[in-house]
Structure formats: C-alpha cells, structure tokens
Design a protein around this ligand. Sequence first.
Ligand code: SF4
Length: 293
Amino acid sequence: MDHLTKLENKSIHILREAYANFKDLGMLWSIGKDSTVLLHLARKTFFGHVPFPLIHIDTHYKIPEMIAYRDNYAKQWKLDMIYGENTEALKSRMTFPNGNCSRLECCRLLKAEALKSTLNATGTRYRLNHEIGEYEIEKNPRPFTGVIVGVRSDEEGSRSKERYFSPRDHKNDWHIGDQPPEFWNQYKTDFAPGTHVRIHPLLDWTELDLWEYIQRENIPMVSLYFDKGEGKRYRSLGCWTCTQPVESTARTVEEIVEELRSGKFSNIAERSGRAQDKEDGGGLEELRKDGYM
Ligand code: SF4
C-alpha cells in the first residue's frame, strides 16, 4: 500500500469511528485545501453522501471567491450546509479591520466565539435550503457533541498537541495536559456527558501529502490557490484583511506539488502569509484552548 493510500485508510477509519459514536456530529469546512480534502474523504467514506452537516464560520472578511466556491459545491454535492457568525461583534464593529481591537481579539470574537455559539446552538445558525438555493435561519438548532476538523500536526505548534479524538469540557475549554492516550489505533470515544469532542482525521498529513492527494483524486480547489498570471497565489486561505498571497507562478496542482517537493517552498512554513500568526507570541495556543480552530 502506498503512502497516500495508508493516510486515506486511516482517515476513513477515523471518520467511520466518529460517525458510529457521536449522534450530533458536524464537520467544519473552511473552504481551504485541508477541510476540502476532508470533505472529499467524507464523501468517499460514505459513498458520495455526507451524513452530517458541514459547518462554516463566516467572519464576513473571507475572500468573496471562497464563499462562492462554498455555495457552488454545497449545492452541487447536496451538502447539509450550515454557517454561523458572531452577529454582535459584527454589528458593533468590534473587529480588527474596523480598528477597534487587536488581531488576536478579532480572531477570538469572529472565529473562536462564533464557533462556540454555532456548536452549542446559542448563536444564530443559517442552513442552506436546497429547494430555494438560499440560507435560512435554522429553527430549533441542536448542539453538536462532536465536530470533525481538518487540522494537521505540522501546521503550527499548538496543533501538534492535538489527539485524533480530542475532548473539550462543557465550557469548550481544552486541557492539553489531560488528554486520553491513543495507542495502536485504539481511540477513546466514550466521554462524560457535556464533553464536546473535536475529531482530527488529518493529523498525520503534511501539506505535500494533501496536494499529492488532490492531484491523485482530482479534487476541485478554489482558484485562489493558483497563479493567474500575476506571479502570486494563496498558499493558505483566510480573511482578506490578514492573509497575503505568496510570490509563485504555480498555475496547476502539478506545479504546486513540484514547488513543495523540491522548489522554493520546500523549507518555508505554510502559514507564513498569515499576519495573525506573526503577532501570535504563543497566543494561538491560548486561543485554541478557548475554542479556536
Ligand atoms: S483573520 Fe483578521 S479579520 Fe479575520 S478574524 Fe482574524 S483578525 Fe479578524
């Protein structure tokens, strides 16, 4: 069995374990390459039908092309698509782009807090009505007890401390020093009532693995990842206010694979274009403890 098939098999096993063990399960879809590969794996795991909702946290600063891509494939693949937001922070303009708080505080409000209230169903959630092709406020939303997330160990320090099945307490806090061991592919999926579990099927994948898999499986990706003739492309996606494209002339998946394998990005960190990471100073781990993705 080749390397990519081994990774795929393990991820599919984790997705099936998650589906078998969590009643109110959802999967985050940020539109980036990681969660889009995860979505492809979920479609493969369940033979084309994703049996749980896809959840997007909309900061309202995402690059517009990302939202168009989300809605196009949500309709095409008949996904049960939900999005949530921090309505209060957006209404009161308590955001970094409005000049009213730091980047870390803005991420805490628009990402971590929005995620928390979307998952525990205390915030307004919008669900795609496939009949009319529009989002509607979800009536009687139920809290999610498990959420599948496409983080990878190699992305940044705090993510390397995650488990495949990583519990958060009833306040959604993450206790890094008190996580269950996961030996020999035996996963703990039985947790105390009130526990919320993050499930991470992509922990072992690298950025290069992802792009090689995208190439092998012919997964459609948002075009922001490719150079359109300006010598620039996004290597990592996020809010347009805080994420910069990198200099690159890669126009195809094959050229991105080549760039990562032996070219200019073989030794440069993937999230180097993200301003909030540069301002982090250890804050990302604190944010993740508080619910950040
Ligand atoms: S990435 Fe920038 S705009 Fe987006 S939530 Fe974080 S600070 Fe705010």
